[in-house]
Design a protein around this ligand. Structure first.
Ligand code: UD1
Ligand code: CA
Length: 438
C-alpha cells in the first residue's frame, strides 16, 4: 500500500475503567498482541506520521510500542486538567493537512477500512454504523441527510437514546478544523470531559462540510469491557484461522483453536480441536493433536499430542511427541517420545527412543543444565537423566535408571536398580487369604 499524505492520531490515554483492570486498556491483548499494536500496524500501512496520545500508564504503553515500532510520536495528554477525547487532541501537531483520528480501543480496524476516509473530500468525514443495540456508543443525530451533532450516551435524552446510528470512533478532519475548534471545546457535560465529538455540532453550525461514512461494525468495534475484548478476540481469531485454512491448513472444529498472529504454517498441516499455538511458532508439514499447546516453537515433519506441550524455543523435526509430553528449549531431530515425559534444555539426535516417563532433571534449584543425547539411544521407561549429562550414540539405558554420570560412552548399557527379592507368602500374612481393594 502507498503511504498517503495523511497524519494519524491514535487516542490511547484513557484509563479504561470499564475493563476493571490495573493494566491500561490499550495494552490488553488480542491474539497475543496489545490492542494498540494492531491499530498502529494497520495505520502504518497508509501513513508515515503517526502520533499516539498517552497518559494513563504512559511508560508501559510507550515502552511496549517501542518494542514493536520505530518512528512513532508519543504525546502526553494533560488528563488532570483536560480529560476526555477532546483533551487528548490538545497537544497534537499533525504534519499533514488531513488528519485521521482513531480511538485506541479498536483492535479490529484494517488499513483497507481506513482507506475509505481518504477517498472522500470534506471538512469532516466521520464513521457511523447502525446497531440494533447502540448501548455505550455516542448517538449520531442526522436530519435531512445532514449530520447535526453527536451526543454521548450519558448526556442523551430519551429520544436521542433511541437513535440507533452511532459514532464508530474514527474521523478524518482537515487540520484547519482541528485548529479552529479544539481550543473552544468545553467540559460542560455529564462526565465533565472534553469531548472530541462536540466538534461536529460546532462545525455544523458554521456550515462546514460533514460527511458520514457508513462503516463495517466488525472492523470498527470499540473494546470497553472484558466482554468486548472476548468478542473482538473471536473475530480476530476467525480472521487468522480463515487465512490459514485458505492457505491449506486442515482444522478440526476451528472455533476451538487459538492461533496467535505471528504463527506461520507451511506445507500440509493438521490442527485438531482445542489446540493453542502462540508466539512466532512455525509449523511445517506437521500434525498437532487435540488439546496440545505449542508456544514459540518450530515443528517440522512432526506430530505432537494429544495433550502435548511444546514450550518456548523447542525445535522438533521428524519427531513424534506423544501424549502428556512436555518439551522445553530443546532440539529434537528424528526422536520418538511417546508418553509422559519432560524433556527440557536438551538436544536429542536421530533414531533415539525416549521411553515413557523419562525425565530430564535439568534444574538443581539454582541453575539449569543441558542434556545431550546422541543417535540411536534407547532410553528405558521411567529413567531420570540428571543434567548436565552427555549420552553418546548407541547407548542403552535400562528402565528405571537414574543416570547421574556426566558422560556415557557409546555401546554401554547403563543400569541402576536394586536387586529384586521375594518374600514368600508375605501377602497372605499381611492381608489374610481374601482381599479386594475396591
Ligand atoms: C467514544 C466516543 C463515542 C463513540 C465511541 C466509539 C467520545 C467523547 N465518545 O466513546 O461517541 O461512539 O468512542 O467507540 O469521543 N482517551 C484518551 N484520553 C481520554 C479519554 C479517552 O486518549 O481522556 C482514549 C481512550 O484511551 C480510548 C479512546 O480515547 O482509546 C476512546 O475513549 P473511550 O473512553 O473508550 O470512549 P467511548 O466512551 O467509547
Ligand atoms: Ca471506547
Amino acid at each position: 500500500m502507498n503511504k498517503e499524505n495523511i497524519s494519524i492520531i491514535i487516542l490511547a490515554a484513557g484509563k479504561g475503567s470499564r475493563m476493571k483492570s490495573s493494566q491500561a486498556k490499550v495494552l490488553h491483548t488480542i491474539s497475543g498482541k496489545p490492542m494498540l499494536y494492531h491499530i498502529i500496524k494497520e495505520s502504518r500501512k497508509i501513513s508515515d506520521d503517526i502520533t499516539v496520545v498517552v497518559a494513563h500508564q504512559k511508560e508501559a504503553v510507550i515502552e511496549t510500542m517501542q518494542n514493536y515500532f520505530e518512528n512513532i510520536r508519543f504525546v502526553e495528554q494533560d488528563t488532570q486538567n483536560f480529560p476526555g477525547t477532546g483533551g487528548a487532541m490538545m497537544q497534537v501537531e499533525p504534519k499533514y493537512d488531513k488528519v485521521l483520528v482513531l480511538n485506541g480501543d479498536m483492535p479490529l480496524i484494517t488499513a483497507d477500512a481506513l482507506k475509505g476516509f481518504l477517498e472522500l473530500e470534506a471538512d469532516i468525514i466521520m464513521s457511523i454504523f447502525d446497531l440494533e443495540n447502540p448501548d455505550g456508543y455516542g448517538r449520531v443525530i442526522i436530519r435531512n441527510n445532514h449530520v447535526e451533532y453527536i451526543v454521548e450516551q450519558k448526556d442523551a435524552d430519551e429520544a436521542e437514546l433511541n437513535v440507533t446510528t452511532v459514532n464508530a470512533g474514527v474521523y478524518a478532519f482537515s487540520k484547519v478544523i482541528l485548529e479552529r475548534y479544539i481550543p473552544d471545546l468545553s467540559n460542560d457535560n455529564a462526565q465533565q470531559e472534553y469531548y472530541l465529538t462536540d466538534i461536529i455540532a460546532m462545525a455544523n453550525e458554521d456550515e462546514s462540510s460533514i460527511v458520514p461514512l457508513l462503516v463495517d461494525e466488525e472492523q470498527f468495534k470499540g473494546v470497553n469491557s472484558k466482554k468486548d475484548l472476548a468478542d473482538a478476540e473471536e473475530i480476530m481469531q476467525n480472521r487468522i484461522r480463515t487465512k490459514w485454512m485458505n492457505a491449506g491448513v486442515t482444522m478440526q472444529l476451528p472455533a476451538t483453536i487459538y492461533i496467535e498472529e505471528d504463527v506461520v504454517f507451511e506445507g500440509e498441516c493438521i490442527v485438531e480441536n482445542g489446540c493453542r499455538i502462540t508466539g512466532k511458532s512455525k509449523i511445517i508439514n506437521s500434525h498437532i493433536k487435540t488439546g496440545s499447546v505449542v508456544e514459540e516453537s518450530i515443528m517440522k515433519n512432526s506430530d505432537c499430542g494429544p495433550m502435548a506441550h511444546l514450550r518456548p524455543l523447542s525445535n522438533i523435526e521428524n519427531t513424534h511427541i506423544g501424549n502428556f509430553v512436555e518439551v522445553k528449549k530443546s532440539i529434537l531431530k528424528g526422536v520418538k517420545a511417546g508418553h509422559l515425559s519432560y524433556l527440557g534444555d536438551s538436544q536429542i539426535d536421530e533414531g533415539t527412543n525416549v521411553g515413557a516417563g523419562t525425565i530430564t532433571c535439568n534444574y538443581d534449584g539454582v541453575k539449569k543444565y543441558k542434556t545431550v543425547i546422541g543417535k540411536n539411544v534407547f532410553i528405558g521407561s521411567d529413567s531420570q537423566l540428571v543434567a548436565p549429562i552427555t549420552i553418546e550414540d548407541d547407548v542403552m539405558i535400562a528402565a528405571g535408571t537414574t543416570v547421574t554420570s556426566g558422560e556415557i560412552k557409546s555401546g554401554n548399557l547403563v543400569l541402576s536398580r536394586t536387586k529384586m527379592r521375594f518374600v514368600k507368602d508375605f501377602y497372605y500374612k499381611f492381608f489374610g487369604k481374601k482381599q479386594t481393594f475396591a
